[in-house]
Design a protein around this ligand. Structure first.
Ligand SMILES: NC(=O)c1ccc[n+]([C@@H]2O[C@H](COP(=O)([O-])OP(=O)(O)OC[C@H]3O[C@@H](n4cnc5c(N)ncnc54)[C@H](OP(=O)(O)O)[C@@H]3O)[C@@H](O)[C@H]2O)c1
Length: 365
């Protein structure tokens, strides 16, 4: 096997972290000696051991402590992300690498987190290790797209999910939207929720639908150790807070509003928005809560605001073959362009049938 094969193996391991690591990245590590794998591991869930530590443990368990330590001395590690050099929920991985005298390090990419970015590599090089950066970088970055996005762009990756009729409506005139999409689509949304750090809805949707906005009934849910944060945009009257289901869930909630509204509700953080650039301010603020990925779930005014500001990175539409007619609520009230060339435009990545609906995944052009 070659370096590329070992790094590929490390990427496959990293992917096993699936939805359980975020907001931490998925990371995999393979350790070799004389071209044979002696250790492998991945970051299994947020707050748990990092990949390098698990790979070392694997080696010590498999070969026994004495032989394992001998094998690790002078070995080569293939890691999908730069080893951390700071104390966070776990000790620095660079300490483990140095302790077991691993000699050669391939890391696919530097860690974009400014607290680490290049420091891990410098620590190891200073200690005399051979460190090469960049092997299968593109592939390794892809598996942590949203983590890199937040650190590089200073805001979360924004997904918007819309369940709409074929004539572009998201609710009847009386606000009833249960249910436009099929049971299967709604179950699919549970998987979308499991993948994000936070879900955002407008106050109109909170008051009309009283949603729970949690992850449930999802295969991916089983090992998730925390629910996505809930972000509410708009004013919620204090007297109604305790009746709202989402505040009964076990998650952090943040209300962003243009109003001066404060309360000492234990489960809610309030943030005042400026009138200008309010959504950009909101997204920037969310990075402080380590939110890599945000799922916008409606309703119409919120969809409109995010589309108008050009900050929807991925649009997911569940298209139901229903026609709701003229007086129903439009998915958006985006101002019409003067020419077709100026229309907001998305590129279709994938489409598939889900129950009675078509799910379309699009990216911003
Ligand atoms: N089919 C679907 O996919 C779907 C999904 C969700 C909801 N829905 C339906 O949609 C309806 C609710 O939609 P809606 O348009 O009435 O309400 P909404 O979009 O849920 O919430 C509207 C509120 O959000 C706040 N807001 C929006 N943009 C903002 C911005 N840029 N800055 C600050 N605040 C902002 C405003 O609050 P303030 O007025 O306090 O400033 C506004 O009143 C319901 O009938 C619901 O069933 C359908």
């Amino acid at each position: 096997m070659q370096d590329l094969d070992f790094m590929n193996e490390a990427i496959k391991l990293a992917l096993k972290g699936s939805v359980y690591t975020h907001p931490n990245p998925r990371v995999g590590c393979v350790i070799t000696k004389d071209n044979t794998i002696i250790g492998k591991g991945y970051h299994k869930s947020f707050g748990s051991n990092h990949a390098e530590v698990n790979a070392v443990k694997y080696c010590l368990n498999k070969f026994g402590k004495n032989k394992g330590v001998d094998l690790l001395r002078g070995s080569t590690a293939y890691i999908t992300l730069e080893p951390c050099s700071i104390f966070s929920k776990t000790p620095p991985c660079t300490d483990t690498i140095l302790k077991y005298e691993i000699k050669n390090i391939f890391c696919a990419s530097l860690d974009p987190n400014p607290a680490i970015n290049g420091r891990g590599v410098r620590v190891l090089r200073k200690a005399g290790l051979n460190v090469k950066v960049g092997l299968l970088k593109k592939e390794a970055v892809k598996i942590n797209e949203e983590f890199f996005f937040r650190h590089n762009k200073g805001r979360p990756f924004v997904r918007m999910k819309v369940a709409q009729s074929i004539d572009g409506k998201i609710a009847l005139a009386n606000g009833d939207s249960k249910w436009i999409s099929s049971k299967e689509s709604r179950s699919d949304v549970q998987n979308l929720r499991a993948e994000v750090d936070a879900i955002l809805v407008g106050s109109g949707t909170v008051l009309k639908d009283n949603p729970r906005l949690n992850v449930r009934n999802s295969n991916k849910y089983k090992a998730i150790n925390k629910q996505p944060k809930k972000i509410i945009l708009g004013k919620i009257d204090y007297s109604t807070l305790s009746g709202l289901k989402l505040f009964k869930e076990d998650s952090e909630n943040i209300i962003f509003s243009n109003d001066d509204f404060v309360s000492n509700h234990s489960k809610v953080i309030f943030k005042k928005l400026k009138k200008q650039n309010s959504l950009k301010q909101l997204l920037k603020e969310l990075t402080k809560y380590e939110i890599n990925s945000l799922l916008i779930e409606g309703g119409s005014q919120v969809f409109t605001s995010f589309i108008e500001e050009n900050i929807v990175d991925e649009l997911i539409v569940y298209l139901s073959p229903k026609i709701l007619g003229n007086s129903s609520k439009n998915a958006t009230e985006v101002i019409s362009p003067k020419t077709l060339n100026n229309a907001k435009n998305f590129k279709i990545l994938k489409s598939m049938t889900v129950g009675d609906d078509i799910k379309i995944i699009m990216r911003r052009k």
